[in-house]
Design a binder for this molecule. Sequence first.
Ligand SMILES: Cc1cc2nc3c(=O)[nH]c(=O)nc-3n(C[C@H](O)[C@H](O)[C@H](O)COP(=O)(O)O)c2cc1C
Length: 469
Amino acid sequence: MKIVVLNGSPKGDLSVTMQFVAFLAKMNPQHNLKIINIAQQIRHIENDGRKFDEVMADIETADGVIWAFPLYVFLVHSHYKRFIELIFARNKTEVFRDKYTAVFSTSIHFFDHTAHQYMRGICDDLNMRFCDAFSAGMRDLFKSVERENLLKFFRGFLAAIQRKAPCARQVKPLELNNPEYVPGEAVAPTFVHSRSIIIVTDAEETQVNLLRMIDRFAAQFAERPQVVNLRQVEINGGCLGCIRCGYDNHCAYTGRDEFIDMFNRLKTADILVFAGAIQDRYLSSLWKTFFDRAFFNTHMPNFVGKQLAFLVSGPLQQLPNLRQILEAYTEHQQANLAGIVTDEQSHVGETDSALRELALRSLDYADRGYKRPNSFFGVGGLKIFRDEIWGPLRFPFVADHQYYKQHGVYDFPQYDYASRIRNAFLGLLAKIPAVRKELYGPKMTEYMVRDYKRFVEKGEHHAGLDGSD
Ligand SMILES: Cc1cc2nc3c(=O)[nH]c(=O)nc-3n(C[C@H](O)[C@H](O)[C@H](O)COP(=O)(O)O)c2cc1C
């Protein structure tokens, strides 16, 4: 069988992901695995029509297509995203229709599920026959159980093609019917403030709703926020995945374009607003470039304690996966999500008031220094980073290690002697049936809140928190 592998790594053949594919090819010599380096060659593919057509021809003649990519910042690499955009922009979706497909990724399992959900949606939008997905840990090739699993996945995929397995779609096509946003009467710029507010966008002239949202939001402030349009920033390419930044956050692009200076400027703002339009099931590939290129900061948060807000034009209500990415991104930056406003509101004036409220809230939260506690996204994700940077990724991510040491990210081993003594003592007592009955009886709930009750009743920790504003 001919299986086309669409390689999403900017490192081309020298990619970890492709070593897994090379293993599959070696173990299945009777099949032809044709690898196309999509992310690495995107400029060529985009600018040379013949090259693009060649890729399409390969897909057309394939029995199956594997989307094989490394995780890049909650999703696929910006160049891979661009390729997906080109398929739609050049009306080539028919090439993919009814093709059997599977998704394969390598990562450290940090939001691999959002990248997979995105790709699942894309495969459904392309009317492909989606068989299966496999998210490998980047070192899993060295584990015999995982290698076997990988082979089973691949052979299962081939078998599904052979038996012409029926494949149900998982997500509905997007309904793209957002109303035109027509702002109401001009507002007076009432919010006097001393905050630094920066709006980052990739808005184009034709994106009327997005431009109007930005304008309406900005118009609320006595001092207009600064607007940075990514289209006017010199960005000479996507993240290379070279990890040169690992040692001291020195990016391979240093001095070669304006991205790093622009990004470092954002770190000085109190309130950041990211404004973009949905393209397929994410924002644009330019926005993806922004997120990827920010990786020169490696696994450290960039916007600690800042207010972050999003203005999104497009069907975000139909894309909970994208919403999750925006929320999780904010948590990982240790910023506070002031809000997300879209142009989906159906009543006249709703978007106006949502934008006004967002402006007010951003200032209010900034003044209070409010930061919502992290959810599973932030808490769980940081534990993945902690373990990776402590262990296998300490080299090359030397700068992360220093930062994690200094900022208490390494919260292990958990000495916590008080808990250990209590656990040992109660663990022993619980072995006695009569005591166990007592311990696990109605007293348990009482016991669980005992310390909390004492804490609240004592009241000595409430000083300064009883303001009534
Ligand atoms: C810029 C950058 C961003 C990354 N983002 C993620 C991520 O969001 N989640 C994750 O689990 N791994 C992430 N990784 C790790 C890669 O997915 C992983 O190392 C992968 O195996 C690299 O494959 P490749 O060599 O084929 O490019 C990232 C790596 C880089 C360089």
